[in-house]
Design a protein around this ligand. Structure first.
Ligand code: SER
Length: 564
């Protein structure tokens, strides 16, 4: 079966069961500083899993692109990927275990024609937070499944995606030893103290891995031999004259293919390689892919010729195609930059090891951190030059560094909009007031180009060609505070997206919305499409203060503000 067919079958099946299709969201989570990327289909649904009403109803389905970097070191085997696609269906306080499991069973056995004898199930074995899931076991048994295992939290509990949020026990479906689908019964909300509080509603969150399922359905024991990977491997073979049949090359080629694909998708979101957050991950992916290519003996401008295959694999990702030129440019520039760094790093390596028999932990970490050398490369260089290298000393240095940077970022990630604290809710409403105040004071063409809210501050990006004057900043701040003291009420209404856009209601530039949306009205002052959450009355917000106004990108300004 082809990817296209699998996706179509899944969406059609759940549509026939009353689900509405929601858009494939951006890889960069909106308003959620607790994670860098969308790691699962449920991610954009967090507010709704927590109890907010979704404009399209209680049963949803989609295909979602995801990035997970937590096990980047494991990439290289037959099943791990940084970028992958997930099919998912959700019940937002609607159906529960029986319907969810019955639908999964029907789809696997009737639509994908997997014999039920080949399916192995795992359920949650219970602990102090939740009971043993004998309910799910009973349902699977009633459907004729015989192999059911009970496992603990490490295996049969999912979430939260960040530090806090919805989570719960899950029941996983395995075929030929690979997990292909997961039904999560989300009935808990983990708070920042580590407590599992019962959610207002019982949700179902499922996720089926497209790559693994395609491998199973096509009788392949290596995901990389499916249509979503093979063209990249073929191109590597073709360009560099090496073969995927050799065990040594396999791992290297999988890493190159994986990292190149993930880099293309991250670059398509407008992320530029840098030394922090998503930009750092993009940099790391490009540099790792590059150095692995070097391992098989090639040099200079290597990743760029592989990019084309990714456009061919995913003709349906229109945003990828419309960003083609900028994706090429971003990756090419980083590759060029890395080539220079590599040359510089090689000279430093020579200096550091001249007349020496050993590379110290400090110096190996310097090469890693300041010159972007992946560890494998440092090891290889040492081997080639008969220099002793201690991975342990390197790790010691790395742990020390991590401790320092964790302390530095602890404040920042303490909590975010994902935990829907009172403070983030206030800041969220303040962001709407700021947006409208900018439009009133500066001009009506101003439009949101990104926002990020933590419990400490809000950050708001918008299009404007120049620096704001102090007077303008004061005017904007005063207008927001005036609206706060006017005690305006916030009202939510639902309407078709088309109608909202046609009536000039504010929306974020370039954002994807479902066909039916929530619109938040703040008195008669502001109207915006948004997923919330918001305060009930502006007087709850407190005093608004702009801390900083700066450039964020060409033609884009950034405001940081707090409430006191
Ligand atoms: N969130 C769950 C997972 O990622 C189910 O989609 O496995």
């Amino acid at each position: 079966m082809e990817r296209k067919q699998l996706i179509k079958k899944y969406l059609k099946f759940f549509e026939s069961k009353g689900h509405k299709i929601i858009p494939n969201a951006s890889l960069i989570p909106k308003d959620d500083p607790t994670v860098l990327f969308t790691t699962a289909g449920m991610h954009p649904l967090v507010p709704y899993l927590l109890g907010q009403k979704h404009p399209l109803g209680k049963k949803l389905v989609n295909i979602q692109k995801c990035i997970r970097t937590t096990d980047i070191e494991e990439v290289g085997d037959a099943t791990h990927h940084t970028f992958f696609e997930m099919l998912g269906n959700w019940s937002l306080g609607d159906y529960w275990k029986k319907e969810a499991i019955e639908m999964s069973f029907e789809f696997l056995t009737k639509n994908l024609n997997i014999p039920k004898e080949k399916i192995i199930i795992t359920c949650f074995k219970g602990d102090k937070n939740a009971k043993k899931d004998i309910e799910s076991e009973k349902i699977w048994k009633s459907l004729g499944i015989k192999k059911i295992k009970f496992l603990g939290k490490k295996d049969n509990w999912w979430g939260p995606a960040g530090e806090t949020g919805p989570c719960g026990p899950d029941s996983e479906m395995f075929v030929k030893g690979f997990e292909i689908w997961n039904n999560v019964f989300m009935q808990y909300d983990k708070d920042s103290k580590g407590n599992y509080n019962s959610l207002k509603q019982k949700n179902v969150d499922t996720g089926m891995g497209v790559e693994r399922t395609l491998a199973i359905l096509n009788n392949l024991d290596d995901n990389y031999l499916t249509e979503v990977w093979k063209p990249i491997l073929d191109e590597i073979e073709h360009l560099f004259g090496i073969s995927y049949n050799s065990e040594k090359n396999k791992r290297i080629m999988r890493i190159i293919a994986d990292h190149t694909k993930a880099a293309v998708f991250i670059a398509a979101e407008g992320i530029i390689p840098s030394n922090k957050e998503q930009g750092y991950i993009l940099r790391k992916l490009i540099r790792r892919a590059y150095t692995h290519l070097n391992k098989i003996g090639h040099y200079r401008n290597l990743i760029v010729p592989l990019i084309g295959t990714i456009f061919e694999i995913y003709p349906d990702y229109k945003h990828l195609h419309s960003q083609k030129d900028s994706i090429y440019k971003i990756i090419k520039e980083e590759e060029n930059k890395f080539e220079l760094t590599l040359d510089k790093g090689l000279r430093i390596f020579e200096k550091l090891t001249k007349n020496k028999k050993q590379l110290s932990g400090k110096n190996s970490f310097l090469l890693f951190q300041s010159y972007g050398f992946p560890l494998e490369i440092i090891e290889d260089l040492c081997k080639e030059n008969k220099i002793r290298f201690s991975a342990k000393d390197f790790q010691k240095e790395q742990v020390q560094h991590q401790k320092l940077s964790q302390t530095a970022s602890a404040g920042k990630f303490k909590s975010g909009l994902a935990d829907h604290s009172e403070k983030t809710t206030k800041l969220h409403t303040a962001t709407h007031l700021l947006n409208e105040a900018l439009r009133s004071v500066l001009n009506k063409n101003i439009n949101q180009r990104g926002s990020n809210i933590t419990s400490e501050r809000l950050r708001f990006d918008f299009n404007f060609p120049r620096k704001l004057t102090e007077q303008e900043i004061k005017k904007v701040e005063n207008l927001v505070n005036k609206k706060i003291s006017n005690a305006l009420t916030i009202k939510r209404e639902e309407m078709p997206l088309k109608k909202a856009l046609a009536s000039g209601i504010q929306s974020e530039f370039g954002s994807k919305y479902p066909n039916k949306v929530s619109v938040y009205n703040i008195g008669n002052f502001s109207r915006e499409i948004c997923t919330g959450p918001h305060v009930k009355n502006t007087k709850e917000i407190g005093k608004f203060k702009i801390l900083k106004e700066e450039s964020s990108a060409a033609g884009i300004r950034r405001i940081k503000a707090v409430i006191e």
